[in-house]
Design a protein around this ligand. Structure first.
Ligand code: 5CA
Length: 160
């Protein structure tokens, strides 16, 4: 098992949860690829995205079906939308310990505030990255929200 994946398993274990990692021979680097490999809806894929709000890194766990509305994230902090940026690859690695494409929702090297897309809560099972671009694991939204101390919010772009 890859050491980065081990970190994800251990963190879950510390919270009393056993997770079963699924490793694919194909890429699960993007939500589309992950859904394809798993054979689930894209909405069931958890995107673990790092944003910088007012200079502070935060993580948003967003359904693969949704785009994050930076205005909604900015509003949570009472700042202008201009103060919200997507983190660069280097920063993602620095604050999570993982490279883009395999960033898991927990097991990070630093403690990040976590926002949880409410769309994810409609499913019994959702799938998140397990530390590498070809590993994922299933989890219930309730467990994931509990384990990450996630704040459930509506952050999605509404397409009209
Ligand atoms: N393993 C999959 C599904 S679990 C996964 O990690 N998906 S993800 O959405 O969490 O990670 C890919 C995301 O990383 C992309 O949606 C994109 O928002 C972001 N990303 C990709 N390239 C870059 C980059 N160069 N800089 C910043 N963010 C990036």
């Amino acid at each position: 098992m890859h050491p980065t994946t081990q970190k994800v398993i251990m963190t879950a274990h510390e919270h009393g949860l056993e997770i079963a990692i699924k490793e694919f021979s194909v890429s699960t680097r993007t939500a589309e690829e992950a859904a394809q490999a798993i054979g689930c809806q894209i909405a069931q894929i958890v995107k673990s995205l790092v944003f910088v709000v007012n200079g502070q890194p935060v993580m948003a766990l967003v359904s693969g079906a949704n785009q994050l509305d930076t205005k909604k994230l900015a509003d949570l902090y009472g700042v202008s939308k201009k103060k919200v940026k997507r983190a660069e690859a280097d920063m993602v690695r620095e604050v999570t310990g993982f490279a883009i494409g395999g960033v898991p929702p927990f097991g990070h090297t630093t403690s990040l505030p976590i926002y949880f897309d409410e769309t994810l809560s409609q499913f019994e099972v959702i799938w998140a990255a397990a530390g590498t671009p070809n590993t994922v694991f299933p989890i219930s939204p309730t467990e994931l929200c509990r384990l990450t101390h996630g704040v459930m919010v509506d952050l999605k772009v509404v397409v009209s």
